[in-house]
Each structure stands twice: as structure tokens, then as C-alpha cells.
Design a protein around this ligand. Structure first.
Ligand SMILES: NC(=O)c1ccc[n+]([C@@H]2O[C@H](COP(=O)([O-])OP(=O)(O)OC[C@H]3O[C@@H](n4cnc5c(N)ncnc54)[C@H](O)[C@@H]3O)[C@@H](O)[C@H]2O)c1
Ligand SMILES: O=C(O)[C@H](O)COP(=O)(O)O
Length: 526
């Protein structure tokens, strides 16, 4: 039975889903060293933002197949390291959108009315009304930086509060911004005109310290900043200094460069600052959503099914994936076959989608073909996640083409591998019942159902060869399940393709190659 480690607090709804297919161990608060120590026994790891999945963790996780982030941000996971090891990383892109947006709006209103400080003052026995004269957000300008899922929700609600909206997002069209009631502007204008600036961007090299000296210098003295996105997007020291000097009016932060927040000048400030301990996603509803979303994906991957929100494999629509499933199997089988025929290093890999298949989404088919091609060298280490990367690192040039006119079957796939030991090609198709047929091998037409053990020979088309080969296999107690001969012209070059019930014993290939008329022989194990 698979084993899943849950290393951050996750809603019970997720644990229940995982328990259907795996032994689930909940161990929160592990130190990095403890995590590295226990991870080798687990097939899956489920986390939130509290666990750092470093390269060391990934490398120690020799059984690890999937890391599930019950939330959005995956900046606590070393994605390149996971991809390299073929570990799928999934998240829940939408499960906590509403919660995070509502937290940003709560921060904006609380900051305007000094709610946290006023609350503390009453609880301390005071009745001080003078110190808490706030500001209205009505008719004020809100600048939304990052108009994605959370930014859009914030904009929609802020519009209903009667705010004017500016947005900065270089990847969003002016039309989309307009639909949300936002004027798309450049960052300088947003900084200059906004009364409130709310950040909803991922942490990237471009967004790191986006709010620093230069940005703050452009803002109004009445400006208030809200960051419920990621720590490090605001330079915390610069912000604390600007607030202390009254260069801006306030800030509300939910996320910090280092979490938990250690010593910080921000803690010394008064009612103009609100700090929350990364609570954006902390609602009962969001926690149920993300736990179910991610647990289902972990369950599926452990059962050998695709994940719907993998961040390190191409985003594939599950419906498209379902339709392509038989073709992915075809691609992987043909890839394995041509990879074993090629034998050595492959420099160039041609993938051609033919006939009706030319209308299909090619990327998954190319990935499946590469997975098969590389399986000889990498065995179970290669998978849908790392196949493209592994091919690139091996210097394999992949050429992908489509030819709607070229196929004897309604759709077929042609794979050709050129490398250190020569060039080989296979074509295959799916029959109406979904069965795979190899329809061409190195240019010779055949009609072969693939089987776990196969033997291919190149030979002269002349009497006696088939008999001699059959006798030799018989001597070695190898049973032939089916046999196909393909030739282009009578008594010319030909191929023989055999499906075998048993693996070929050591040394037999040399004997086969010594049969007069046989020029080459290859074994393939699927
Ligand atoms: N505080 C929390 O608990 C909490 C909860 C959920 C999400 N988040 C964080 O909130 C952020 C937004 O999440 P989302 O789900 O809306 O993501 P999203 O991907 O839907 O939206 C992000 C938007 O940022 C834009 N963007 C990217 N680079 C940009 C740049 N340099 N300048 C301006 N815009 C840029 C993108 O085009 C996109 O529209 C993420 O950092 C996420 O990790 C925090
Ligand atoms: O990226 C996210 O989903 C949020 O930052 C929430 O983080 P959390 O799951 O640790 O609360």
C-alpha cells in the first residue's frame, strides 16, 4: 500500500480521501532534518506553505511520486528539482481564491478604520474614540497589482464598495480589465494615483521588492499598501522606515520575507500597520476546498491517473487527456519499440501525427513517445513529467510534424530515431477496438500486435529463412505467438517480426545473425 506524509495542517476531508488508497501519516512541525530522514519511506507528500520541499528533500524521497500543495503558492517547493526526479507537483489554483481576496478586503477596511487597534484599546478597558478617526474607501482609488484570480475578485468587490479601480498586470488585456471595471495603467501611474495598493502577484524576480524605495517615493502620503500575496514583494525594512517617517499612511501585511516573522521593525509600529500570520487561506471553506482538491489529485496519481493541476507538466485538460489516452499508450509503445531498435544514443527524434491523428493535440503524444524512447536508458525514472527535460538534457532534437493526408488507417503515428547506431522508424495505429498495431517497421509494411517480447530480423526474402529461425527458437524453447513478414519486392530485402511468449535467452541473437540471409536481428521487450 502507498504511503502519504502530511506535513502541514490539512483538513480531515483530504485525509479521508487519501486514506482510501494509502496509509496516511500526519506529522506536522518536522524540522528540515527530520523531514529528510522520514521522506524515503513515502510515495506522496502533502503540504501547505509551512513545509519547505528543498532539493535535498526531493533527492532523499527515493519513492516520492507526487508533492501536493494544498493551496496556490508553490514557491516553497523546488520545482526544477522535482521535475528532474520526475516528481509531479500539484496545487489547488482556485480553492482559496475567495478566502484570500476577502482577507485582502478585510485588511483594507480594517486599516482604514483601525479596527485591530481600537479593539485592543476597548479590551484594555479604555473608551477612546478620538484616536480612531478613520477614512472611507468610497470614491477612493484602489490600485490592483496582479489582476488574476484573487486580484479580479478583490476588484469586483471593491467596485461594489464604490471605489475607482486601477490595475497593473502586463499579462492581462485592457478588455479584461475593463470588464472588471478597472483602468489598466502602468505601474508608475498606479503608484502615483492610488489611495490603496493591493498586491496579488506571484513572487518572481520581477516582483521581488516591487514595493521598495523607488515605488514608495511615487506614492501619496495618504497611500495604504496591502500585501496578501507573497513575502518579499514588499521590502519590509524600507516599508517600516517609510511608515515611521509618515511618507505613506499605512500597510497591512499577511505574508513576510521570512515566515514565521522574526524580529522586525514592523512590530514596533502602531495603528497604521496590521500584521497577520499568513491567514489569507485560513477559512474553513477554503481549507476543505484545497484539501479535497489536492488529496484527489494525489489519489489519482498514486492510482496511475493524470493530475488535473500539475504545475510541472503541461496543463492538460482532463477531457482532452481522456480522449488521447489510447493514443498515449500507442505513442509510448512505439517510442519504446523504436528506442530499443535504435539501441544507442539518439540525436534526432521525428514524431509525425498522420491522418485523423493530425488534428489531435500533439504535445502529450510527443511526451508519451519520448517517455517510451527513453525507457530503455532510464527505466521507471522517466515519466510524463520529466520526459521532455530528460530528452533535452541528452541532446535529443525532437521534430514534430503533422500530415493529415498520410495514413492507411484513420490515424497513425510515425516515429523515427536517428542516432549513433543508425536510423530506425516505426508506424503504428489503433484498430477500432482500441488494439495497437505496428503497421510499418523501417519502411516495411507489417501488421503486428505488440507483445512483451518481440524479435525483428532484417533479411533477404528467400526460401528457408523462416524455417531455420523457427527451428533455432524451438531449440532454445522459445514459443512463437505470432509472426509477420514484410517486404517491398519479392526476393528483395524483408523484415520478419515475431511476438514471443518467452524472453530470448542470452546469446541467441548472435546465432540468429549467423543464419545465412539474415543481416540483422533485434530484440524488444515492452
Ligand atoms: N495570503 C495567502 O494566504 C494567499 C492565498 C492564496 C494565494 N496567495 C498568493 O496570491 C497571489 C495571487 O494568487 P492568484 O491565485 O490570484 O494567482 P493568479 O495566477 O490567478 O494571478 C496572478 C496575476 O499576477 C499577474 N502577474 C504576474 N507577474 C506580474 C508582474 N510582474 N506584474 C504584475 N502582474 C503580474 C499575472 O498575469 C496574473 O494575472 C500569489 O502570489 C499566491 O501565492 C496568497
Ligand atoms: O499560496 C497559498 O495558497 C496561500 O499562501 C496559503 O498558504 P497556506 O496554505 O499555508 O495557508
Amino acid at each position: 500500500m502507498s504511503k502519504v506524509l502530511v506535513s502541514d495542517p490539512i483538513d480531515q476531508a483530504g485525509i479521508e480521501i487519501l486514506s482510501q488508497v494509502a496509509q496516511v501519516d500526519v506529522k506536522t512541525g518536522l524540522s528540515p532534518e527530520e523531514l529528510i530522514q522520514v521522506i524515503p519511506e513515502y510515495d506522496a507528500l502533502m503540504i501547505r506553505s509551512g513545509t519547505r520541499v528543498t532539493q535535498e528533500v526531493i533527492e532523499a524521497g527515493t519513492q516520492l511520486k507526487i508533492v501536493g500543495r494544498a493551496g496556490v503558492g508553490v514557491d516553497n517547493v523546488d520545482i526544477p528539482a522535482a521535475t528532474r526526479r520526475g516528481v509531479v507537483v500539484v496545487n489547488s489554483p482556485e480553492g482559496n481564491t475567495t478566502a484570500a481576496a476577502e482577507h485582502a478586503l478585510t485588511m483594507m477596511l480594517s486599516l482604514s478604520r483601525y479596527v485591530p487597534e481600537a479593539n485592543l484599546s476597548v479590551k484594555a478597558g479604555k473608551w477612546d474614540r478620538k484616536s480612531f478617526i478613520g477614512a472611507e474607501v468610497y470614491k477612493k482609488t484602489l490600485g490592483v497589482v496582479g489582476l488574476g484570480k484573487i486580484g479580479s475578485h478583490v476588484a469586483t468587490v471593491a467596485k461594489a464598495l464604490g471605489m475607482k479601480l486601477l490595475a497593473y498586470d502586463p499579462f492581462i488585456s485592457a478588455d479584461r480589465a475593463e470588464q472588471l471595471g478597472c483602468r489598466l495603467v502602468d505601474l508608475d501611474i498606479l503608484f502615483q494615483e492610488a489611495d490603496y495598493i493591493t498586491l496579488h502577484v506571484p513572487k518572481t524576480p520581477e516582483t521581488t521588492n516591487l514595493i521598495g524605495e523607488e515605488a514608495i517615493a511615487k506614492m501619496k502620503p495618504t497611500a495604504r499598501i496591502i500585501n496578501c500575496s507573497r513575502g518579499g514583494i514588499v521590502d519590509e525594512d524600507v516599508l517600516a522606515k517609510a511608515l515611521k517617517e509618515g511618507r505613506i499612511a499605512g500597510a497591512a501585511l499577511d505574508v513576510f520575507n521570512e515566515e514565521p516573522l522574526g524580529e522586525s521593525k514592523l512590530r514596533e509600529l502602531g495603528k497604521e500597520v496590521i500584521l497577520t500570520p499568513h491567514l489569507g487561506a485560513s477559512t474553513a471553506e477554503a481549507q476543505v476546498n484545497v484539501a479535497i482538491d489536492v488529496a484527489e489529485q494525489i489519489r489519482d496519481v498514486l492510482l496511475g491517473l493524470p493530475a488535473r493541476s500539475a504545475v510541472n507538466i503541461p496543463g492538460l485538460n482532463p477531457d482532452v487527456m481522456e480522449q488521447l489516452k489510447p493514443y498515449l499508450q500507442l505513442a509510448e509503445t512505439l517510442g519504446t519499440l523504436v528506442g530499443q531498435l535504435a539501441g544507442g544514443r539518439v540525436d534526432l527524434f521525428n514524431v509525425r501525427l498522420q491522418g485523423d491523428l493530425a488534428t489531435a493535440q500533439s504535445q502529450p503524444i510527443v511526451i508519451a513517445s519520448l517517455k517510451g524512447l527513453l525507457s530503455k536508458a532510464l527505466r521507471e525514472r522517466v515519466n510524463y513529467v520529466n520526459a521532455s527535460l530528460e530528452a533535452k538534457e541528452r541532446g535529443i532534437r525532437v521534430i514534430e510534424t503533422k500530415d493529415a493526408s498520410a495514413s492507411d488507417y484513420s490515424g497513425s503515428l510515425y516515429l523515427e530515431a536517428r542516432g549513433s547506431l543508425g536510423q530506425h522508424s516505426v508506424t503504428g495505429a489503433l484498430l477500432s477496438d482500441g488494439e495497437i498495431r505496428v503497421t510499418n517497421l523501417d519502411g516495411f509494411p507489417i501488421n503486428l500486435p505488440p507483445s512483451p517480447y518481440m524479435l525483428f530480423t532484417l533479411h533477404r526474402d528467400m526460401p528457408g529463412i523462416i524455417g531455420r529461425l523457427g527451428s533455432l527458437l524451438g531449440e532454445f524453447n522459445v514459443n512463437i505467438a505470432s509472426m509477420q513478414v514484410g517486404r517491398k519486392i519479392v526476393r528483395g530485402d524483408a523484415v520478419m517480426a515475431l511476438s514471443l511468449d518467452d524472453p530470448l535467452p542470452e546469446g541467441i541473437i548472435g546465432e540468429i545473425q549467423r543464419i545465412p540471409g539474415i543481416t540483422d536481428a533485434y530484440t524488444v521487450a515492452l
